[in-house]
Design a protein around this ligand. Structure first.
Ligand SMILES: Nc1ncnc2c1ncn2[C@@H]1O[C@H](COP(=O)(O)OP(=O)(O)O)[C@@H](O)[C@H]1O
Ligand SMILES: [Mg+2]
Length: 341
């Protein structure tokens, strides 16, 4: 059988650039080379696409934790470099805006190149916490009380104060379209509201205001197209008050407990809810679904359609614990990408 040519897209403009590079290195290292030629495709922090040779050097040079900045004067962002190869499947491993939100997926649809993961719609719903939460709500998935606020609305502070009067403090304030906890604040005092609102609006034109739950954080991996499987759930024990940027990526103190210590009933319920959430957003391929467990009740937090994907990230580790090794998981995702819908 001919080897398949897999384009491995990584880096990109989002704050999760470095995570993306680590995920891509892991796939590059562990993908089955008897079945695949892996072609790295690096995108720098300004969104410029690098050449085949540059990309290969970057992925192989483990000293580098960022894609070096390329000439920013390029009119077409170096997109022509992408066409140096023919690809059977693209594996997009760019997190956050411009990678996980449907834009790259749309580009690949235009080119009629199959790709790993959610389609345009699933990706964009998965990225927008406002739309995502409204759809979860509509479908009866339990979640923390929330409202969304757009930048052009008048009386923003009044609206939030009303929310606080109704549901109390603390609350979380988040940009609608981001990840990695960037722009997110936990507010415990009314006088801190303004700063938190301004912070969140720095990153997006829409924000989410949400009741803070005192809860355990549980995550579950979903895989499939047309027919979906859920992994055993895992638990995150953040090193800080909440799972913020530094507890995600900087200090090494956050613990992943795999599988999570849960009774069978809760495990089943979480798996069922994870698949339901995946279906609700029109998921395909993969997603990590994140939950809160408070007073024995499961609340959905969010879904990530391009979750961290190093060999040591939650998504692959949950599959490993469920009997699917990292290399086989990569295999499975590529196979799924080639299934016609
Ligand atoms: N309603 C909430 N109650 C308790 N903790 C929350 C809540 N919302 C967010 N958090 C904390 O903030 C972290 C990041 O929030 P999340 O909505 O998952 O954003 P991101 O997409 O950046 O991961 C969560 O993992 C959790 O630790
Ligand atoms: Mg999260």
């Amino acid at each position: 059988m001919d080897k398949k040519n897999i384009g491995l897209l990584f880096g990109g403009k989002s704050a999760e650039h470095e995570v993306s590079l680590m995920s891509a290195r892991s796939v590059y290292e562990f993908a089955d080379r008897s079945s695949y030629n892996i072609h790295p495709i690096a995108v720098d922090c300004e969104g410029n696409w690098l050449t085949r040779k540059e990309s290969k050097n970057i992925i192989e040079d483990k000293e580098l934790n960022k894609v070096p900045s390329r000439n920013t004067k390029l009119k077409n962002k170096g997109l022509n470099n992408f066409f140096e190869n023919d690809y059977d499947v693209i594996f997009p491993l760019i997190h956050g805006p411009y990678g996980e939100d449907g834009k790259i997926q749309g580009f690949l649809e235009l080119l009629e190149i199959p790709y790993v993961g959610a389609n345009v719609l699933g990706s964009s719903i998965g990225m927008d916490k406002g739309i995502m939460k409204k759809l979860f709500d509509y479908n009866g998935l339990k979640q923390a009380e929330f409202i969304t606020i757009k930048h052009f609305e008048e009386n923003k502070l009044k609206k939030i104060n009303n929310f606080v009067n109704r549901f109390g403090l603390p609350i979380f304030i988040k940009p609608a379209n981001l990840g990695s906890s960037i722009g997110i604040s936990k507010v415990s005092k009314k006088e801190d509201l303004k700063t938190a609102i301004n912070d969140a609006f720095k990153y997006d034109k829409k924000i989410i205001v949400e009741k803070a739950l005192k809860a355990r954080e549980i995550e579950c991996s979903v895989l499939g197209k047309n027919d979906f499987k859920a992994s055993l759930p895992g638990e995150i024990i953040p090193s800080h008050d909440f799972y913020d940027y530094s507890s995600k990526y900087q200090d090494q103190q956050t613990k992943l407990i795999i599988p999570a210590e849960l009774n069978e009933k809760l495990t089943k319920e979480i798996q069922k809810m994870a698949i339901k959430a995946f279906e609700i957003i029109d998921g395909e391929g993969l997603a990590r679904v994140d939950f809160f467990l408070a007073n024995n009740e499961i609340y959905i937090n969010e879904i990530n359609t391009i979750p961290g994907f190093t060999k040591y990230s939650m998504y692959p580790k949950l599959w490993d614990a469920s009997g699917l090794s990292y290399s086989n998981l990569i295999d499975e995702l590529i196979k799924i990408a080639l299934v016609e819908t």
